[in-house]
Design a protein around this ligand. Structure first.
Ligand code: UDP
Ligand code: MG
Length: 162
């Protein structure tokens, strides 16, 4: 049993997920949160913030050479964003699956963008794309003490016996 718990702990990951201003304005907060929650992932931090333009530029720094960078940063800082950290086995990669392809015209039905968005400039949600960016983005948006460590009663049922 102890070994199983240690094996699970070793695979636990955290990812940064944000509902962008369009998702907030369109009333999609609970719909988006429920998809992560029902999957079995655990919410360990959440806040509503209007990021500054400088903060948005830091968040999207890897895209600074792209032509849409300035407009994208204006957009992200234009209104409230729901910033979250979700935890679970494989949550970084599977979170991206739940979100779907960047361009909602190409996102599969069943994904958040596939079901809830039409255009790339209004694709409602951000999710970290790998372990390094997840760490950097969590550090950019949250102080360590804003993350809560807890065991959910459902975990033994979510992760099963193996
Ligand atoms: N974006 C855009 N035009 C593009 C590509 C991206 O407006 O041609 C925006 C879009 O909001 C996207 C964000 O820039 O979600 C970040 O782009 P990235 O390639 O990192 O996509 P994501 O990781 O969000 O799927
Ligand atoms: Mg990205």
């Amino acid at each position: 049993m102890l070994q199983e718990q240690e094996a699970h702990a070793a695979q636990m990951e955290q990812t940064f997920i944000a509902i962008k201003p369009d998702g907030v304005q369109r009333g999609l907060i609970s719909e988006i949160i429920s998809r992560f929650e029902r999957k079995g992932f655990k919410l360990v931090a959440i806040k509503v913030v209007v990021p500054s333009k400088e903060h948005a530029q830091k968040h999207y720094h890897d895209l600074k050479e792209r032509p849409f960078f300035n407009g994208l940063c204006d957009f992200l800082s234009s209104g409230p964003v729901v910033a979250m950290v979700w935890e679970g086995e494989g949550v970084i990669k599977y979170g991206r699956k739940l979100i779907g392809a960047t361009d909602p015209q190409k996102s599969e039905p069943g994904t958040i963008r596939g079901d809830l968005a039409v255009a790339i400039g209004g694709n409602v949600i951000h999710g970290s794309d790998g372990p390094e960016t997840a760490k950097d983005e969590i550090n950019l948006w949250f102080k360590p003490e804003e993350l809560v460590s807890y065991t959910s009663n459902a975990e033994k049922w979510i992760y099963g016996v193996n």
